[in-house]
Design a protein around this ligand. Structure first.
Ligand code: COA
Ligand code: MG
Length: 291
């Protein structure tokens, strides 16, 4: 299982930022060929990212470049530049249906064959960021074993809906929750949209904690200053870990007395509470092992 708390976008046409990203330690680096790159720079960005892949590999970095979406007509060229060069996967925006995942998977199969990497080893992180994508989220998430996680994109989603973005984000609630549910049903990770007010770290923390409560396991970053807040927000806190251990201790004792339910600090402890505690401890352990 991959730790996918923080995924940092780096605009692919910014050699200075790609260079800087070698010193940064998000869980995943996401060199971007899509919306942070103007049309006139697409080729330069692709070349620049390709040239950086060996440096990322030497530094043992987990890299999932974001490529241009299927409708742009340049997705295949983007893939040719990066598949088989030490990437963990690719991220693709504006996925509306499982059919698109099938098309991308076929291209990946053939490029993996050509570059002699195991078939299926290049993972996928599709973006769900249109009304159609949200309605098809369950089918999209279950459409390929390559899918490691699914990203919810608030900017494109509100653009597609033709609605403004509010501070409270109520226009996003149904879509965001749908993506979290679809991810869980497919046993993949839900990854939340970037927080665009990148200087506001309190706002970022607040939004990250709320996303985690909905079931998200990580969030995209657009600025290096966001990485620590995101990592902390998506890691179980020491208090949560202690409580989970107490829950397991309490239920063990109850079981010895032949009881399936017990209480801790005035709250009932039964099977689902124990299940939540176990899951939290598994996540904490995986994060600990990877840090
Ligand atoms: N990756 C790597 N380095 C980054 C970075 C990123 N995403 N964002 C900023 N930096 C670097 C800057 O180059 C600067 O480096 P320096 O100190 O060596 O000059 C340093 O971090 C501090 O940056 P700062 O001056 O605070 O921000 P900025 O004004 O240079 O950049 C943004 C602000 C928003 C333009 C920039 O963060 C960015 O382009 N982010 C990515 C946007 C993106 O990918 N969007 C698409 C997905 S929604
Ligand atoms: Mg988008």
């Amino acid at each position: 299982m991959e730790v996918l708390r923080s995924l940092l976008f780096v605009p692919g046409n910014r050699e200075d930022m790609l260079q800087k990203s070698l010193q940064l330690t998000p869980d995943i680096l996401v060199p971007d060929m899509e919306d942070s790159v103007p049309i006139s720079e697409k080729t330069a960005a692709r070349d620049c990212i390709r040239n950086f892949l060996s440096s990322f590999q030497m530094e043992n970095r987990k890299v999932i470049p974001r490529i241009n979406s299927l409708t742009t007509g340049i997705l295949e060229e983007d893939l040719v530049a990066i598949v088989g060069k030490g990437i963990l996967g690719v991220s693709v925006g504006k996925i509306d249906s499982p059919w698109e995942i099938g098309q991308i998977s076929k291209l990946l199969d053939s490029l993996e064959r050509k570059t002699c990497v195991p078939i299926g080893s290049t993972k996928l992180i599709p973006w769900i960021e249109t009304a159609r994508g949200v309605l098809n989220a369950g089918a999209i998430c279950q459409s390929s074993p390559r899918i490691l996680g699914v990203a919810f994109g608030a900017e494109d989603f509100t653009a597609d809906m033709g609605v403004p973005r509010s501070e409270e984000g109520e226009e996003l609630f149904f879509a965001r929750t749908s993506v979290a549910l679809a991810a869980r049903a497919a046993r993949i990770e839900a990854l939340d949209t970037p927080y665009v007010n990148f200087r506001d770290l309190d706002g970022l923390k607040d939004e990250s904690i709320k996303a985690r409560r909905l079931g998200f396991r990580g969030k995209f970053a657009i600025h290096p200053g966001q990485i620590t807040v995101i990592n902390d927000s998506f890691s179980p806190s020491p208090e949560e870990i202690n409580y989970a251990r107490e829950v397991l201790g309490a239920i063990k004792e109850a079981e010895l007395q032949g009881k399936g339910a017990t209480s801790l600090d005035g709250k009932m402890i039964d099977a689902p509470v124990v299940e939540r505690a176990r899951k939290l401890l598994v996540i904490a352990e995986i994060i600990e092992e990877n840090s």
